[in-house]
Design a protein around this ligand. Structure first.
Ligand code: SAH
Ligand code: SF4
Ligand code: F3S
Length: 444
């Protein structure tokens, strides 16, 4: 009987991508993928450190595995990801049953670390090795994909050092994968049934990978190259920093037909004072100007964003400025968080905001964002959208997928439409999804 590995992912989409790569690497060492921790021989938690709650969640999850480890001392427990990078040895001190701690840049060493932990005891590897994990990990998926959509990491790390954020410390310096490796992986994904690829990076639009001509290629040029792949129908990218929305990238939104009309562009705050203290390096009006340029290139584009409320020294009027920028832009989606002080970051040393005050601000902001989200969704009723079906729908006989604007759409249709892009006429808007009727099949 073959051994089994259970990999659980927390945090951002880059962790989802990394989890798949780790599962592929473990498959190469004889571990079949398992969706059940109870009967696994290896449990990998791919962790997130972005807010305090995310980190604490890992320790309570580990607590739940105590009885599994007691019943089976051969079980290997691995902590990977950003908590592993940030806390290293501390994890083993708090949870002695952890066998391996491995940081995000050392995943190619995972099978080896697991093997060594059986002979030599606990292993902690939080290096930023000179070799790239992308060159050492299996080159893309080996089996046919069950989903027609996939993530592809093209850029990692961050040099921007926003004063609230742990990412520059957990993921290290910004680096881009060479164009050839990305194209090769995209071709493999398409050959295995994928038709939509989301290019990932903590600052994906800062991409500057080496091209086949030896020069540095920006993201727009990389996307133009990937758009040449037959069978690749849709391209998305996330997450972008407003300051890296260069002219060529904005122009691509108007000229690259495969680039979907949806963009996640985190603003964090609408107050210039707070933006400065966050070290975001743009003002509210500069952000608005960027949005204007993007909308000029692609008038129907929908925007989403991230917000932090209760940042140190945020006054009532700073918060009102955030409400104002939300009203001015109009977002179709948004993620908003209460500021969480992270160890080692400059903002954590500033005077903190009362938690009741930030809780109340968050609630007000979320109500506004929710109403905008609803408006953007309701505006789709009566329109024909293009939907890529990727899973079974809520009811039998239905499939569900995503529109070009990233709305979830349900429609009655046969399972043979799975993985295909269809025209759907939208009939209804419900709280978190749209429902419509199939108009015609657009392509395979
Ligand atoms: N690179 C992206 C963000 C990555 S982190 C960017 O620059 O926009 C994802 C989101 O988590 C951030 O946009 C921010 O809104 C939120 N976040 C990061 N650190 C946080 C903290 N200390 N407290 C609360 N939210 C935080
Ligand atoms: Fe964090 Fe700022 Fe870098 Fe985004 S740009 S990952 S928020 S430091
Ligand atoms: Fe979390 Fe690390 Fe992603 S801190 S958001 S998993 S980069």
């Amino acid at each position: 009987m073959s051994k089994k590995a259970f990999v659980k992912s927390y945090g951002c989409q880059m962790n989802v991508y990394d989890s798949e790569r780790m599962a592929d690497a473990l498959a190469g060492s004889g571990y079949a993928k398992s969706s059940d921790a109870e009967d696994a021989d290896v449990i990998v938690l791919n962790t997130c450190h972005i807010r305090e709650k995310a980190t604490e969640k890992i320790y309570s999850e580990l607590g739940r595995y105590k009885s599994l480890k007691a019943a089976n001392p051969d079980l290997r427990i691995v902590v990977a990801g950003c908590v592993a990078q940030a806390e290293g040895e501390e994890i083993v001190r708090r949870q002695p049953m952890v066998d391996v701690v491995v940081g995000p840049q050392a995943y190619h060493r995972l099978p080896n670390l697991i093997a060594r932990s059986t002979e030599d005891g606990r292993q902690v590897d939080t290096d930023f090795p000179a070799e790239s994990k992308f060159d050492k990990l299996p080159r893309g998926p080996v089996a046919k994909r069950t989903s027609p959509t996939a993530f592809l990491t093209v850029q990692e790390g961050c040099d921007k050092f926003c004063t609230f954020c742990v990412v520059p410390y957990t993921r290290g310096a910004e680096s881009s994968r060479p164009v050839a490796g990305v194209r090769d992986e995209a071709e493999r994904l398409v050959a295995r049934g994928v038709c939509e690829i989301t290019l990932l990076g903590q600052n994906v639009n800062a991409y500057h990978g080496v091209g086949p001509d030896g020069g540095e290629w920006p993201l727009a040029r990389l996307m133009a190259e990937l758009a040449k792949i037959d069978g690749l129908k849709r391209i998305r990218y996330t997450t972008s920093h407003p300051n890296d929305m260069t002219d060529d990238l904005i122009e691509a939104h108007g000229t690259c037909a495969k680039l979907m009309p949806y963009l996640h562009l985190p603003v964090q705050s609408g107050s210039d004072k707070i933006l400065k203290r966050m070290n975001r390096r743009y003002s509210a009006s500069e952000y608005l100007r960027t949005v204007e340029r993007i909308r000029a290139a692609r008038p129907d584009i929908l925007l989403s964003s991230d917000f932090i409320v209760g940042f140190p020294e945020e006054s009532d009027s700073d918060f009102e400025a955030t409400m104002d920028i939300v009203r001015e832009v109009g977002f179709s989606q948004a993620y908003s968080f209460r500021y969480s002080a992270r160890p080692g970051t400059p903002a954590s040393e500033r005077p903190q905001i009362d938690s009741d005050v930030s809780a109340e601000r968050l609630q007000r902001l979320q109500e506004l964002l929710k109403s905008q989200q609803r408006l953007a969704q309701d505006a789709m009723v009566g329109r024909n959208l293009s939907v890529l079906f990727e899973r079974s729908g809520r009811r039998s006989g239905q499939l569900a997928g995503k529109s070009e604007y990233l709305h979830a759409v349900h429609a009655e249709c046969g399972t043979d439409m799975m993985g295909k892009i269809c025209r759907v006429r939208i009939a209804r808007s419900e709280p978190n999804s749209l429902t419509g009727e199939l108009v015609r099949v657009q392509g395979t």
